[in-house]
Design a binder for this molecule. Sequence first.
Ligand SMILES: Nc1ncnc2c1ncn2[C@@H]1O[C@H](COP(=O)(O)OP(=O)(O)O)[C@@H](O)[C@H]1O
Ligand SMILES: [Mg+2]
Length: 406
Amino acid sequence: MPDVVFVAPYFLPTTARFIDAVGRTPGVRLGLISHDPREKLGPDVSNRLTSHLRVDNTLDTAHLVGAVAAIGRQMGGIDRLMGPLEELQVPLAVVREQLGIAGIDVETARNFRDKDRMKSVMARNGLPCARHRLVGTADEVRRFISEVGLPVVAKPPAGSGTRNTFRLNDPQQVEDWLAWSSPARDQPTLLEEFVIGEEHAFDCVFVKGRPVWWNITRYYPTPLQVMENPWIQWAVILPLDISGPEYEDIRQAGPRAIATLGLETGLVHMEWFRRPDGSIAISEAAVRPPGAQFSTLISYAHDFDLYAAWARLMTYEEFDPPERKFAVGAAYLRGQGQGRVVGITGLERAQAGAAGTVVEVQLPKEGQTPSGHYEGEGFVIVRHPETSRVEEAIAAIVSNVKVELG
Ligand SMILES: Nc1ncnc2c1ncn2[C@@H]1O[C@H](COP(=O)(O)OP(=O)(O)O)[C@@H](O)[C@H]1O
Ligand SMILES: [Mg+2]
């Protein structure tokens, strides 16, 4: 009977699904540490908890060590410590190391969390990625740009969700950016050469040092382009067939990068580009389940439950590779204009174009505040055994549905 401790600051819908999945994993006794009160979970999930501890700050490592030790005393020991949140991966690894709990270690967690370290490790091992440098002064910014040329991308070394990530196109933009948010020694910025190409995800499960399963998702267009253009509604497609020669290079480089970063067992969400000349560049890798509904999309593509599979992987180091049965797509509905959601048009035409493919819909609600994010205000998920039908359905949704703000 493994004793598992799950850490989650807030019970967002996806997080609650992961907590539920761990609670349902056969044999597991589950302890939960959170900021949110236990009552915010439904009774189904709450009844499955052996222990719960409410804390003020899960991201503060010293605080978290004390909390995990305390819940461990209540439970009589801890076999596994987990949580899907990106920002928790290093704190969780530090706690594991301090309390002698098995699982991803600190060095590996840092390799996946810190993009400067990640890219340095990858480049040293001959893996394709953008040239990069951590910069702490305006001089260092100008020097890097004089070496690689413009445009460059500036981002936080440990960011997520494209937050505070910008493309700098010309010298004036560089100077403006330096005037407003110059990097500092104690708050460095990561600069990267700008990679032109089509962006994809490569999700991969490792068990005891070996890749056992993987997924490819195509992004339309890149998250950065979606953030730069408020009129774009983001879409992604998981093609049915990912076994062809067009993905041979990432099938080789992806797992090699993951092994190089030090992972033994876990699920990795990697992003990569296909350049116009056909070459690839690995962009980043996170050692956690993917966000933006991707865990649901992957589940639909295989008619299985990735949430449950992740829970079992992280508890027992077991994973049965599922068969891919469907192509899947998601269209992210995004409010146009300023203000709050006042209406949605074009649903009928979208429904006609996507007939027979829609499996899940979350429409923006009237009065909803825009997320300001590439995930927009709602989504539609479609699936079909033919990739081309999914492409058509997604095109029909994205081109017809208009979410009005006012
Ligand atoms: N070097 C780069 N060249 C081109 N686009 C980039 C580059 N780095 C990041 N981007 C764009 O910015 C987005 C966010 O950057 P990423 O490194 O993935 O950080 P995050 O952790 O915020 O997702 C990417 O999805 C991609 O669209
Ligand atoms: Mg990313």
